[in-house]
Design a protein around this ligand. Sequence first.
Ligand code: URA
Length: 434
Amino acid sequence: MKQIIARKRDGYALTSEEIMQVVSLYTQGKVPDYQAAAWLMACFLKGLNEEETLALTEAMAASGEQLDLSSIPEPTVDKHSTGGVGDKISLVLVPLLAAGGAHIAKMSGRGLGFTGGTVDKLESIPNFRTDLSKAEILAQVKAIGGCLVGQSEGLVPADKKLYALRDATATVESVPLIASSIMSKKLACGAKTILLDVKCGSGSFMSTQEQAQALAQALIEIGRRAGRNMTAVISDMNQPLGRTVGNAIEAREAIETLTPGLPKDSRFLELCLALAAQTFTACRLTTTLEEGEQKAKELLKSGSALEKFRQMVEAQGGDTRVVDDLSRLPSAPVQQAVLVHQAGWITRIDSRAVAEAAADLGAGRQTKEDAIDPAVGIEVFKHKGDTAQPGEPLFMIHARTESAAQQAEARLRTAFELSEQPVAADPVIITRSG
Ligand code: URA
């Protein structure tokens, strides 16, 4: 181990065998944390080339259980978002893709800190189970085309250990380390086509377009070298996605987006359609993005995507009455509007500040063990470029107590800016590739 650390420290490329050895011995507890931490710091400072990044990804993917999708007919697809504020895309996209003929076993995470988690949003549906076994996942995907579950315990143990160590040793923010961590989990889930939604802006990991592009490129490169079909979108995360940030209120917005005839946030819908079009085309269910987008629109309009969502809720033990009666979702006792005081155009809605205010209300957790409050959160009525008149609500706070609502209001008052001059809206899709 000392030799391998020294070679990386001195800027040499490591062989696949050396990387495999580090990952496998560390996962088995045969390498102490101090040596693994030194190795990670050497990787962080000297970087990893494409071969090394792929070797690290494959070694981590092979470190535990994997999902064997060989019994599921193609196209098998998967999706990863690098995480953002108000990102309830999976709740819409998974049933939409399954309704369109793709097979998707989607594993998602829980929220931590200011980031929300798909699993928490789903669990706001009464009785919805996210802890399916591998056999249950495969049976459900075979039967209805999709499932939305938490990450299996035994999947990619090397990443769990290395990520915790990176978190404690200031070695998280490295493109090859982030890319190998993300792709190890995607490779272990077995799908042939992988869609990436790489977020860019204040509410995400990558604050500039250059950083987001570099991460997208690294993720695509790993996937292609590992024989997967890769497609990616870089999307804006400078302002919250859609008009809700929380758990039950995000589930509600996702169901509204799936339901024909209900009002939808246009930026959120645009991103859902673009991601669906990109996936349908990458896995050859459609031949062009235009055709893919048309197919996605029809699946929403006909109610097929909503019906698929209902089937998934039923298969996972959830209360399907929620799908037709959104008042059955948990709701908070206090609702307090934040009104605009002066007329103008919205120049900024800081997604990070909105997310932190929602987390303080109880929508997020500070440690993995904390419980969240599914009912609380923040509705966001405006986006950058919209006009606002005095007395119009900009946010609606859903809180457990009056004092929590007041604290959130004080926070939210610093989370937006208005201008007397017109301001252009920002596109939700920054670039597409693959
Ligand atoms: N998400 C991951 O899964 N891994 C990282 O390293 C960073 C974000």
